[in-house]
Design a protein around this ligand. Sequence first.
Ligand code: B12
Ligand code: SF4
Length: 520
Amino acid sequence: MKILLYNPDNGVTRNFMPHLWMFLLQSLTPEGHEVVLIDGNAKAMTREELVEFCREENVGLVGIGSMTRMVARAYKVADSLRAAGIKVVMGGPHVTECPDEALGKDGGPRHADAVALGEADEVWADIVTDAASGELKEIYQPKRDEKGNDVKPSLQPYPHIPWETLDLEQFSLVPKMLKNVLSKCGEGWGKFFVVPIETGRGCPYGCEFCTVTGFFGDSIRFRTNESVIEELLRLKNRARKEKGQVAVFFIDDNLAINKKRLKSLLRDIIAADAQLPWVAQISANLLGDEELVDLIAEAGGKWIFIGMESIDPANMADVNKNFSKPANYKDVLDGLARRNIYAITSFIFGMDNDTVGVAKRTITEIENWSPGLPVFGQLTPFPATPLYTRLEKSGRLQRPKHWLDFAPFVMAHNPLKMTIEEAKNETFSAWARSYSPERNAEAIEAIAGTPIQIRIGHLVARLFFRGIYFPQMNKRSWFKLLFQNRKTIFRLTREGLSTWRIARRNKLRSSINDSILNRS
Ligand code: B12
Ligand code: SF4
C-alpha cells in the first residue's frame, strides 16, 4: 500500500524545519509499504491537487498530524480526501485531546476515519496493517499498564531515521537561484537544512498552559548517548558530502531537564567530534550552571529557546511556572552571550496580571540584556490543559473552540486586566519595536566585539524571525525588508569582505612561506 503522511501548512511562515513525526512514522512502517511525505509548509498544494496526487499515486492511506493551531486546515484537507474515498487517519496533540471532534462524535461533522491517541510509535504498524487489509479501527491507543496509564515508548532502542539518504530537497532553506553560487562559499552553503532530533521525551514541570506534561507524561525517557551521536555523525557526513550545511533542533521540551544526563551527552558529542550547530529548548532555571553552559558551547550549541513567559513574578506564579525567576533572566542571557550563544526568548501577553503597557515594560527590560530573538504570543487555552479547565470553569472562555475559527493573535478568553483588543495591540507593538530596522541595528551594535560570522548570523536570524509575526511570503516583502535594513547589511557586508580578503591573503602568504621552506 502507498501511504501519504501530510502536515498542513500553518498559514504564516514557510517552515524552517520538517516535522519529526513524519520521519519517525516512516521509519516505523512495516516492510512492503511505500511512504511519501508532504509538508504543506514546504510544498504548497491545494486540496484539489492533493486529492489528484493521491488518486494518481494510488494512495491507500493518508496520515495527517496537527497541532491545535493548524487543525481547522487539517480537517479541511481530511474532508476533501475522504470525499474522494481515501482513508484518513489523524494523530498528534490536538486529536489526542479532542478525539470526538475528529471522529464527529461531538455533534459536528466527521473528519477522520481513525485517530491515533498519544504517542503512536508502537501502534503505527497496526494502523498500517489494518488499513491495508481494509480493517481500519476508529481509535488506536497505546497499551495501558495496571494503573490504567499509557505505556510510553522507552526510546531505547530508537528507530533508525535514514537521514543520510532521505530526500530533504523540499526543506532546504537556500533559495534555488543561489544554490550554485553558495555551494562554493567556504565549506559549502548550497543546501541548508534544520533537522529535528529528539534525545528524550517528557517534562514534569506541569506549567498551566502547556500540553506537554499531559501528553508525554511526567516520566522522562531518554535515548542512549550512542544513538543520538550516531544520528549526528550521519548528518554531519551528509552535509560534508553535499557541500551544504545541517543544523539540528533538539526538540526535547527541556533538554537540560536532567543536567547530569545532558552533561554526559554533551561530553560524548565533543569526544566523538559530532558537533553540528544546534538549537534547543531549556528553561532559564537550569542555565545558571557554568559548567553546563561551557559544555553547550563546546558541543555546538548556538541558540537556546527559553520560555520566559513574563517579567512579572505574579504572572509566573499564576501559570505554575514559579521555578523560572524573571530576576535571573539577565544573568542567564549574559552568561550565554559570553560564550557566543544567543537566546530565543519567548513571552506571553494577556496573562492575568498584565495591564496595558506590558509590551513597553517587557521591551525596556529585554533591551537591557544581551540581545536575543524575542518572540511574543498570547495566553492560549489549549484543550486538556489545566488553563483550559480553569478558564472554562470561571466562564471566561469567549471562543471555547477557538481552533475552529482560528484568528492569529486574537485571544480566546478575556484577560483579567485588559481587553482582548488591548492584548492584540500590545503584541503588535512588541513585535514592531523588537524587529524594527533601528532595533536590529542596535542589537548588532551591542555584539560589536564578536566575530563577523556571528553578527551576520544574528542579523539573518532577526530578519527571519520577524516573519513569525509579519508575513514575509513573497520576494517583494523580502526586498522591502532588506532595503529597510540596508545600513546594517551594508556595514556587515563591508566588514565581512575585508575579513575574508585578509584571511585569503594570510593563507596565500603562509602557503608561499611553506613552499619556500620545503625547497630550502
Ligand atoms: C518542534 C516544535 C515546534 C516547531 C514546529 C515545527 C517542526 N517542524 O517541528 C516550532 C518551534 C516551529 C513550533 C511552533 C509552535 N508550537 Co510547537 N512544538 C514543538 C515540540 C517541542 C516538538 C514537536 C515534536 O516533534 N515532538 C516529537 C514527536 C515525536 O512528537 P509528536 O509530534 O507529538 O508526534 C507523536 C504523536 O503525536 C503521534 N503523531 C503525531 N502526528 C501524527 C500523525 C499521525 C497520522 C499519527 C498516526 C500519529 C501522529 O505520533 C508521534 C510519535 O509518537 C512540541 C512539544 C513536544 N514535545 O512534542 C511543541 C508543541 C507541538 N508546540 C505547540 C505549540 C502551541 C506551538 C505554537 C502554536 C506556539 C506558539 N504560540 O506560537 C507554534 C506554532 C507554530 C506554527 N505557526 O506552525 C504545542 C501544541 C499544543 C497543541 N495542542 O497543539 C506543543 C505540544 C508544545 C506545548 N507547549 O504544548 N513548535
Ligand atoms: S517547562 Fe516547558 S515543556 Fe515543561 S511544562 Fe513548562 S512549558 Fe511545558
